[in-house]
Structure formats: C-alpha cells, structure tokens
Design a protein. Structure first.
Length: 318
C-alpha cells in the first residue's frame, strides 16, 4: 500500500548523507513507493485544535552532489499523513517540547508519530537509563555542587554531562582532586540552577569504545557500532572525533536490549539507540539515533528498510 510519510528534521541541505540515519529512512521509504513530505520544526503549527504542517514534497537521491529536491509548500493537517518521523536533533529544549505537544495532537487524530511524542518528552535520554538499575553504572543527577563533589570523591573518576545535549557536547571527565572541578560544575549547572548527570567513568571505553546498539520495535540489530575515542579525548562520539568500528553484538548487549526493549516498545518507540560501555548502559537515545548507514555499509544490512517494515506493520494493525 502506498503511504504518505512526513519527516520533521534539521535542514536537509546541511546533513552529511554518508552517515545520516534520517536520510537512510527517507531513502527506504521512497524505495517502497511512499510519498515523502519535508518539514522543519518551524513548519508545524496549530489551528483550532488540529496540528498542521507547512510541508513540501520531497525526493531524495543517494548522491552527495545533490541529494534532495523539494516541491512547492502545501498546508495540510498532520493527521492526513500516515506517519510522521520526528527526527529533530537535540538540544532538548522547550521548543522541542512544544513541538511534541503539536505532534501528540496529530497522534490523537490517528497519525503514527515515530517516536511517540509523549515518550520523547518523558524518557530523557540520560535519565531514562536509570529505570534499569541492574544495567547502569553508579550515577547521580543533581544541581548541587556539594553532591557532585561528594560523588566525584567517592567514585574517583567520573564523567559529567548535561541532560539536554548530544554529540559529546559539554561532556567532562573529572578525577578526584582535579583543580578544575569547581568551574566545570559551575558551567554544567549554570551556577547551580540546572541539573546535570555524573556517571562513574568506565575505562573500557578506551579499547572497546562507546557501543551503539540499535533497536527496531524493541529488538536489537545483530551488529553494533563501536565509537572509539581519539587518544587525547575521553568521548566516544563520532562528532567529537571518535573512530567507528562495526562489530557483532555482544551477549551482555543482547541482555541489556532484552531488559530495555520491551519497555520502549510499550511506550511507542520504534527506533532507539542504546549506548553501552563495557558492561554498562549509559544512555537510551530515542530522539534521533544514528549509525544506520555505517552498519548498512559494513554488513550489507537495510536497517531503515526494516524500520519501514515495522512502521507498515503498525499501520496495517490499526
């Protein structure tokens, strides 16, 4: 059946198609003969209780010389589309939350929103991992400098990070006694007015990397992408200079996926990325997880095509 699929994303002209998972999804939907409709966050709006979109027909081509073509703008209720992919990258700020309010109204009227907008609001990518205490390393979330210092002293070596960013931005490794501890805490908490997370540093990141486990409707892809930090950096983020190494999924990662996957499925999350370092789950990414294209190239997969099959199954079951 031909479907109409909308996407809410960052400007398509600025993406790097060789590694952009949203682009992989658009290619997969187009291969199915589905009609594509392009929007940015500023293109969704509300009229008399009905979420609307100022959208443009989109065609995509897997060619770095010219990867998209847009049609004229059209105004339509979002629920006239079969599905909307919410693929706006963080920061997870109030504008992002406002967008989920509008997408939720579209979902109430029958549009399938991937991922579910309520879960996008409720399941913060850093804090949600704490729902699975047997999977996570010691961690603390607080605005208090005293509590953060206490945690650093107890653990000896920690990572401090904001709750609303991505790509390794503003992530600090702090050891007990570090003379920069005070300014790092002040920066991350904005002088004690904002929450941040402290996690025990996991040394396995240096050799095994920060491993991305992709979940499709709660089930893990059988391969992962390990992000190995640069020698002079502790961050396992490709955007921060880490190198990518594809690998088969490990048994511990399957076990973590089996713990987390059913809860994500129950919450309407069709596509997620678990970050695992050593034996520990560090984040549950549901806003705009990446790594599809790298794994597809390495193993001849079609992860986005499998996602479209999941979406079709959901639509057909309605």
């Amino acid at each position: 059946m031909k479907r109409e699929i909308g996407v809410v994303m960052d400007p398509i002209g600025s993406i790097k198609i060789a590694k952009d998972s949203t682009f992989a999804m658009l290619l997969a939907a187009q291969r199915r003969g589905w009609s594509l409709w392009y929007m940015e966050v500023g293109d969704i709006w509300l009229l008399d209780g009905v979420a609307q979109g100022t959208m443009r027909a989109l065609q995509v081509t897997d060619d770095a010389a010219g990867w998209f073509a847009l049609g004229d703008a059209a105004r339509r209720p979002l629920d006239t589309l079969d599905v909307v992919l919410m693929r706006k990258d963080p920061p997870f700020d109030m504008e992002y939350i406002y967008a989920t309010y509008l997408l939720e109204l579209a979902a109430v009227r029958g549009c399938l929103v991937v991922n579910d907008p309520r879960t996008l609001r409720d399941a913060n990518e850093k804090v949600f991992a704490a729902h699975f205490q047997d999977c996570v390393p010691p961690l603390r979330v607080t605005r208090s400098a005293a509590l953060l210092r206490e945690f650093i002293a107890a653990q000896g070596d920690v990572v401090l990070k904001p709750l609303d960013a991505m790509g390794g931005r503003s992530i600090f490794r702090v050891r007990a006694g570090d003379p920069n501890t005070g300014v790092i805490i002040e920066t991350l908490t904005d002088q004690g007015t904002g929450f941040c997370m402290a996690q025990r540093f996991i040394p396995e990141i240096a050799t095994g990397g920060d491993r991305r486990v992709l979940l499709l409707d709660g089930e893990p892809v059988p391969y992962v992408l390990a992000r190995i930090p640069a020698v002079d950096d502790a961050r396992g983020n490709l955007a921060a200079g880490a190198r990518a190494e594809p690998a088969p999924i490990a048994e511990r990662e399957r076990w973590i996926a089996a713990r987390v996957g059913p809860e994500l499925r129950a919450r309407g999350v069709l596509f997620a990325g678990l970050d695992v370092i050593g034996d520990w789950l560090t984040e549950v990414n549901i806003t705009s997880p990446t790594c599809i294209r790298e794994l597809d190239r390495a193993y001849g997969l079609d992860i986005a095509g499998d996602l479209m099959a999941c979406i079709e199954e959901r639509l057909s079951a309605r």
